[in-house]
Design a protein around this ligand. Structure first.
Ligand code: GTQ
Length: 344
């Protein structure tokens, strides 16, 4: 599909087309219909030891309430000024100091939190608070009121992932502030986990959060032993990988962000694989390296790594690795666009 050679007559025609907001497809077809994805997202690694002091410094400059959300955006160098960690997902690192409150608001973007450091921070969703501990995966469903606070002794720091770039593309964003700084709490802590997260479901009633899982904290204390059990049988490409599901239908926990955890036992190296989704990886525990295309990156606990779409990657664990992963895979699957390729 090579473009036709340019002649003066054609060029002259194209400029007249341009004045009418028309364009010749034959000059553009190759770029519009590539033989395979041309990833723009770059591989990237944010080190916890760099991020932590910077986010604490932000804590000395303004309060969580002043900032509304005191977050350092993890901005992929491929998208300067665009607040994107990948082509479709936003990520940031949020800080709440003891006694602070990030005031209640809601928006149509879905959010998740992966907890990096906390000894008593909480988030509230739907009139219920959950204490967020290191390694927990916490969901803020689209359009749910949410506020965050910290009853602990030390700083609380977590990674936020939102489907913001996807929503920007569709231009579907709505948001509003709550009249009160904090929503009123009408349910006991972990109520949702007891009602929906035990292999049992309420007999009747509406789904409280539409397409999003009614469980909004998947505690690491449950996830980790499940991963260790799964590691008795390792997949050559995925090692021990378990995805977070929605107990209503067994599908992904969130409608726009796919989430899972991978455990790579010490000494194991996964076979290279590439997938159409781009992935944000936060290291819950362990040390190792990832080879992304021809880039190799070495990482440790609480580092955050970007795996671009359609780029070969493989992990190697020098210490038992536990990786939290978030990607746009769920959207690809819904649209019939998801593909993966695995090395033999
Ligand atoms: O915690 O509600 O990183 O609304 C970006 C937007 C966090 C939040 C972000 C948000 C939030």
């Amino acid at each position: 599909m090579s473009a036709a050679p340019k002649t003066n007559a054609r060029e002259e025609f194209y400029s007249r087309l341009d004045t009418r907001s028309l364009a010749p497809l034959w000059e553009r077809l190759k770029g519009l219909v590539p033989p395979e994805p041309q990833p723009k997202t770059k591989p990237f690694l944010w080190k916890w030891d760099d991020m932590r002091p910077m986010v604490l410094e932000a804590g000395g400059l303004l309060t969580a309430e002043e900032a509304e959300r005191r977050v350092l955006v993890l901005e992929n160098p491929a998208f300067p000024g665009m607040s994107r960690a990948t082509n479709t997902l936003y990520a940031g690192v949020q800080l709440i100091m003891p006694g602070e409150v990030a005031p209640a608001h809601r928006h149509t973007q879905s959010a998740l939190r992966f907890i990096l450091e906390s000894d008593g921070a909480y988030t509230a969703v739907g009139g219920e608070r959950t204490t967020m501990r290191q390694g927990d995966f916490v969901i803020t469903p689209a359009w749910a009121w949410h506020d965050h606070g910290n009853h602990g002794q030390g700083p609380a720091i977590w990674m936020d992932v939102l489907d913001l770039p996807l929503g920007q593309f569709l231009d579907t964003g709505f948001g509003e502030h709550h009249n009160d700084k904090e929503q009123s709490v009408g349910r006991p802590e972990d109520d949702a986990l007891w009602r929906f997260g035990t292999g049992l479901m309420p007999m009747e009633g509406e789904r409280p959060y539409g397409q999003t899982s009614p469980v909004f904290n998947y505690p690491y204390a449950r996830t980790r032993p499940a991963l260790v059990a799964a590691a008795k049988e390792l997949d050559p490409h995925w090692a021990a990988t378990l995805r977070f599901n929605n107990p209503y239908d067994g599908g992904w926990a969130m409608p726009t962000i796919a989430t899972w955890m991978t455990h790579v036992p010490s000494g194991v190296r996964t076979q290279p694989m590439r997938t159409t989704d781009s992935t944000i990886v936060a290291v819950a525990e362990g040390r190792g390296s990832v080879t992304i295309g021809d880039t190799r990156m070495t990482f440790g606990p609480r580092d955050i790594v970007i795996l671009p779409n359609w780029t070969w990657r493989s992990f190697e664990a020098s210490e038992d690795l536990f990786l939290f992963c978030a990607s746009d895979r769920v959207v690809h699957e819904k649209l019939g666009l998801y593909r993966q390729e695995k090395s033999a």
